[in-house]
Design a protein around this ligand. Structure first.
Ligand code: AP5
Length: 224
């Protein structure tokens, strides 16, 4: 089967992680989330985590020279050889260029960039209600996607937490950073004919249905 090399793009809180959870098993793609990798590094107290923590807590991007090597190395692991679902990377033109170079060097290329669009006002509501399982990263929302029992993960019973960077003032900065540094990637990938847009204001399962249909079409096209 031909490989599917996909990027999930969109503002903080657009639902990238939520969609990745719904799609990764079905398409047998490793979900590579830079946010999850960095939060794990912070929790483990590694050098990467110590460098990243200050940037993350204030809603700034970790510098390109810190993150690019980590992700390129991750894409070289066995489970990503036949495709991947990247979430949260690239986030700058520099990261996108580095990714294209790395894939090109391996005679690989991107299949598609899936842009989830949600207006800023909705983002703030979503992020303030987000709760996560700190162990697995599983994502809930107190109103839009609640766990069966309040404050507890459905699958393994772990108490849910609110992320450090989900405070309103940090969210506002994350949005500003997105518009300034990440939004230029929309035109960058559109110009390459790779961009597919999705209305992220629909219910999570509806958004997943639209993305699923697009991926299935892409897969059929790759196989022709
Ligand atoms: P990261 O973890 O990547 O955060 P983000 O991009 O800001 O995205 P989020 O995880 O906040 O949101 P999401 O789109 O996954 O939404 P979710 O599915 O959770 O990055 C964190 C930090 O790490 C960055 O600020 C930066 O410092 C650093 N970093 C990461 N990558 C980097 C990089 N490449 N370069 C440099 N620095 C980097 O959904 C949000 C909420 O909404 C949930 O509660 C969910 O249940 C709910 N929801 C989801 N979909 C719907 C829907 N359709 N309707 C209603 N509610 C919904």
């Amino acid at each position: 089967m031909s490989e599917l090399n996909l990027i999930l793009l969109g503002p903080p809180g657009a639902g990238k992680g939520t969609q990745a959870e719904r799609l990764r098993d079905e398409f047998e793609l490793p979900h590579i989330s830079t946010g999850d990798i960095l939060r794990q590094a912070v929790a483990d107290g590694t050098e990467l985590g110590q460098t990243a923590k200050g940037y993350m807590d204030s809603g700034e991007l970790v510098p390109d020279e810190v993150i690019i090597g980590v992700i390129i190395e991750r894409l070289g692991e066995d489970d990503a050889r036949d495709g991947f679902l990247l979430d949260g990377f690239p986030r700058t033109i520099g990261q996108a260029d580095a990714l294209a170079d790395a894939l090109g060097g391996l005679d690989r290329s991107l299949t598609a960039v899936l842009l989830i669009e949600v207006p800023d006002e909705e983002i703030v509501k979503r992020i303030s209600g987000r709760r996560v399982n700190p162990e697995s990263g599983r994502i809930y929302h107190v109103d839009y996607d609640p766990p069966r029992e309040e404050g507890v993960d459905d699958v393994d019973g772990t108490p849910l937490i609110q992320r450090e960077d989900d405070k309103p003032e940090t969210v506002r900065n994350r949005l500003a950073v997105y518009h300034e540094q990440t939004a230029p990637l929309v035109a960058y990938y559109d110009d390459q004919g790779l961009l597919h847009r999705f209305d992220g204001t629909a219910a999570p399962n509806e958004v997943a249905g639209h993305i699923r249909a697009t991926i299935s079409t892409l897969r059929r096209e790759e196989e022709i």
